[in-house]
Design a protein around this ligand. Sequence first.
Ligand SMILES: Cc1cc2nc3c(=O)[nH]c(=O)nc-3n(C[C@H](O)[C@H](O)[C@H](O)COP(=O)(O)OP(=O)(O)OC[C@H]3O[C@@H](n4cnc5c(N)ncnc54)[C@H](O)[C@@H]3O)c2cc1C
Length: 389
Amino acid sequence: MRQDYTCIVIGLGGIGSAAAYWLSRRLGADLLGLEQYELGHLRGGSHDHSRIIRLSYHTPEYVTLAKQAYRAWEMLEAEAGEPLVFRTGSLDLFPAGGYIPLTTYTDSMDAAAVPYEHLSAAEMMRYWPQFNLTDDVQGLFQSDGGFVAAARATAAHQRVARDNGAILHDNTLVTAIRPAHDIIEVETPAHTFHCQKLIIASGAWANHHLAHLGHQINLTVTQEQVNYFASPHREQFTPDRFPVWIWMDSPCFYGFPLYGEEAVKVNQDVGGDEVTVENRTFEPNLATLQRTMDFMARVLPSACGPLHYSKTCLYAMPPDRDFVLDTLPGYPNIAVAIGAGHAFKFASLFGLLLSEIALDGNAAAANLTPFSFTRPILHEANPVKEFMI
Ligand SMILES: Cc1cc2nc3c(=O)[nH]c(=O)nc-3n(C[C@H](O)[C@H](O)[C@H](O)COP(=O)(O)OP(=O)(O)OC[C@H]3O[C@@H](n4cnc5c(N)ncnc54)[C@H](O)[C@@H]3O)c2cc1C
């Protein structure tokens, strides 16, 4: 088995598969991707049918990055020959006195020249009678919002990467990383591989790999879940009649039109318990489920119905819930990406940026300052954690 490559990607979830794709466009067979489980597995942070994509975000930097994310997906869609991003519009709902201020979103979209509609509760219920809202709730509707077909997008990244010649090994656990001068040794049970550039895209497992390089960061891993409800009124939730939506408060809930299942998907954001990759389970959290169902009964009653299924999934969040997208201090040839529980919409863009960081030494197209590995909050003792964004 070939053991020397220009670049190796550790982890083939949403972000690692995207990195493999964008690197394969320039390296072909000189790119190796390693995944500990089978491709498309259900143990990390990227699985399921859909993930929200939106331009509405809480800072202008994120809004600008989201614009670039759409372009990266368009390029993959063109090469993969299939649609992966579905625009249904996105609706952000802000109850009066809620935890997440509406103005951070309007100011950010205004600063980035993104058009949106500011709606009253009555207007929202006229457009989407599925919602039951009190008068104090305001909404921001942005027409480019929607969802990415998550599992299909990750499979497309993997498929086209292989079509470009990339080597992807699944069921291959990376057990050690040993930098030696300008070569990095990447050890697996059967083989030790060598590369000049390394991408660590191992999500909730990131600190395991950083430890091999003498680094650790503040990272909270939570066990989240996706829930599907077999609403008897699911015809009201088809993508042409219902947007993706986010209830901007704490607790924060979010949902989707029908996609992938004959059931309505509604989840709580950061609704799960803190876990480790060793002690996480695959049992849905019944308290989170009950909170979600109570919320639905109040705000989205026609979506209620028997639970079709719930599936667990991992968030890996720095204390400020900003991403990590940077090279490591002391290792300019090693880059790390961590998605902070909201990065799938950016996955293809992160893949492109990681390929530029690895092969060009920097990501020309994007402002990555907010995502630096050296920002103090990642290394402080007892950092203040703010996960509601
Ligand atoms: C329930 C839920 C809902 C979400 N909703 C949204 C949303 O609507 N919109 C949005 O933008 N984002 C959303 N996100 C966040 C987004 O899905 C994640 O940020 C993103 O998918 C993380 O991708 P990743 O590649 O970093 O992680 P992962 O997909 O977890 O990939 C890491 C990979 O590394 C592999 N790995 C780890 N250790 C090793 C090793 N030693 N050797 C080899 N391989 C290894 C793992 O097996 C895994 O496959 C959601 C996440 C969850 C959990």
